[in-house]
Design a protein around this ligand. Structure first.
Ligand code: NDP
Length: 433
């Protein structure tokens, strides 16, 4: 805390991992001798830069850009870029730290990093977003590359932004380096199922977890927060597996549609027209919009938080528990506060942390890198099958690790210990660097 003042989200993420790995340190004194904990909490490199750009009226804006290259023990730094006004170093570090363990859980050769900017894309024209992305990458390009650091999307960064950044990277480096960014469009090196991967993977994980207790998603009433990339494809997959998503949200409020959220309409409103969630009810008058309130007041059996950090606090947890929720699986990164996690544990609500449940996105990014490197492109079906296998494997390893450490059913401990062990082993092998 003293070395990283004011970075509350980073402190929260570190505390959660360190609390889980205490028993590992007892079993492995060599980790303590090599000061693995001190090293793992210190990013290998942090880059902060100025991003100047001009809006459509000719007014000049200055934003701040970040890239935190956290840990490369397992492979090149890998993790998304977030464009949101709340972005500052503490958010980027918490996301980068989580990413290190998440990427280790995928079993793929990728290290952890994260980046972004306090730029707010909301209400900006395509040309403004393009100018911002070009300015952002004009600095970031010197730090990234197929073998060093491979960014992707996150909040506020989707296919449009990745396209603009890829174009500018190609232009200023004179290299068609497909593997430098993931989440690319299918016409220029993108991979099938990358767009869907985080949401689909989350639901595959939820299905595995329910299966472990003899249940499934079929017939379940589900609430999803957010209505962005992760939320949309989580809703789609829940419906394919027989559940019904009755509510979703954005930062203006939430909609309830008891007949099940219409995914085609949601995609059109959010991905094409870039509208607000309230516009859903203009086209579906039987649905209702509730402005300015939390979607977690809607009763459900399965909760999939897919918006942002700390969206479920003690009050939201109490309302979920009161509404009969039995399972919470995190699609977003750290959407649940420590108080809410404790409340779920006391109420015997099964809980899965994002670093396990939302790892499908980065796993599909690693598959995109694999296809780029081999100049190959797989079918949708094959890619989805690979994603399903990866999520099953992550589930099984978290589950088995929690049992091994005497905490059956504790996915937080299972994910943290399993991810940490993999990174620590590699760091030990590399010597003191
Ligand atoms: P998007 O930008 O596509 O969507 C984010 C959604 O969450 C929007 O509906 C947005 O509403 C809402 N939201 C964002 N910030 C807030 C806030 N402060 N308060 C209320 N609502 C908010 O992002 P993604 O779907 O890509 O990301 C969602 C979460 O999933 C993030 O935590 C991200 O880190 C995580 N994640 C994403 C991955 C990916 O592959 N994209 C991979 C792994 C994790 P509004 O438009 O009103 O802001």
């Amino acid at each position: 805390v003293r070395r990283n003042p004011g970075e509350s989200e980073f402190h929260q993420a570190v505390r959660e991992v360190l609390e889980s790995v205490v028993p590992v340190l007892h079993r492995h004194p060599e980790y303590a001798d090599a000061k693995i904990i001190d090293r793992i909490c210190e990013p290998e490199r942090q880059i902060i830069f100025r991003v100047p750009w001009e809006d459509d009226r000719g007014e000049v804006h200055i934003n701040r850009g970040f890239r935190v290259e956290f840990n490369s023990a397992l492979g090149p730094y890998k993790g998304g870029l977030r464009f949101h006004p709340s972005v500052y170093l503490g958010i980027v570090k918490f996301l980068g730290f989580e990413q290190v363990f998440k990427n280790a859980l995928t079993g793929m050769p990728i290290g952890g990093g994260k980046g972004g900017s306090d730029f707010d894309p909301k209400g900006r024209s395509d040309r403004e977003v393009m100018r911002f992305c070009q300015s952002f990458i004009t600095e970031l390009y010197r730090h990234i590359g197929e073998y060093t650091d491979v960014p992707a999307g996150d909040i506020g960064v989707g296919g449009r932004e990745i396209g603009y950044m890829f174009g500018q990277y190609k232009r200023i480096t004179n290299r068609y380096e497909s593997g430098v960014l993931t989440g690319k469009g299918l016409s220029y090196g993108g991979a099938q199922v990358r767009r869907e991967a985080t949401g689909y993977g989350l639901v595959f994980f939820a299905e595995e977890m329910l299966r472990a207790v003899g249940a499934g998603l079929d017939g379940k009433k589900v609430v999803v927060s957010g209505s962005g990339n992760v939320a949309i494809y989580a809703i789609e997959k829940v419906h394919q597996l027989g559940g019904t998503v009755v509510a979703c949200s954005d930062s203006s409020g939430y909609v309830v549609d008891d007949t099940g959220i219409d995914v085609a309409l949601l995609r059109d409103l959010k991905e094409v027209r870039r509208f607000r969630i309230g516009d859903y009810v203009t086209e579906r008058p039987h649905a209702r919009f509730v402005a300015g309130r939390s979607v977690w007041e809607v009763p459900c059996q399965v909760a999939l938080p897919c918006a942002t950090q700390n969206e479920i606090g003690a009050a939201e947890a109490a309302s979920l528990i009161g509404g009969g929720c039995i399972v919470v699986v995190e699609g977003a990164n750290m959407p649940t506060t420590p108080e809410a996690v404790r409340a779920f544990a006391e109420a015997k609500v099964r809980f899965v942390p994002g670093k396990a449940a939302n790892a499908g996105g980065v796993a599909a990014s690693a598959l995109e890198m694999q296809q780029n490197a081999s100049r190959d492109s797989w079918t949708f079906e094959h890619s989805e099958q690979r994603l399903r296998e990866i999520m099953r494997d992550i589930h099984d390893r978290c589950f088995a690790t929690a049992e091994e450490y005497g905490m059956p059913g504790n996915y937080v401990a299972g994910a943290n210990i399993e991810g940490f062990r993999n990174v620590a082993e590699a760091m030990l092998a590399h010597g003191l660097i």
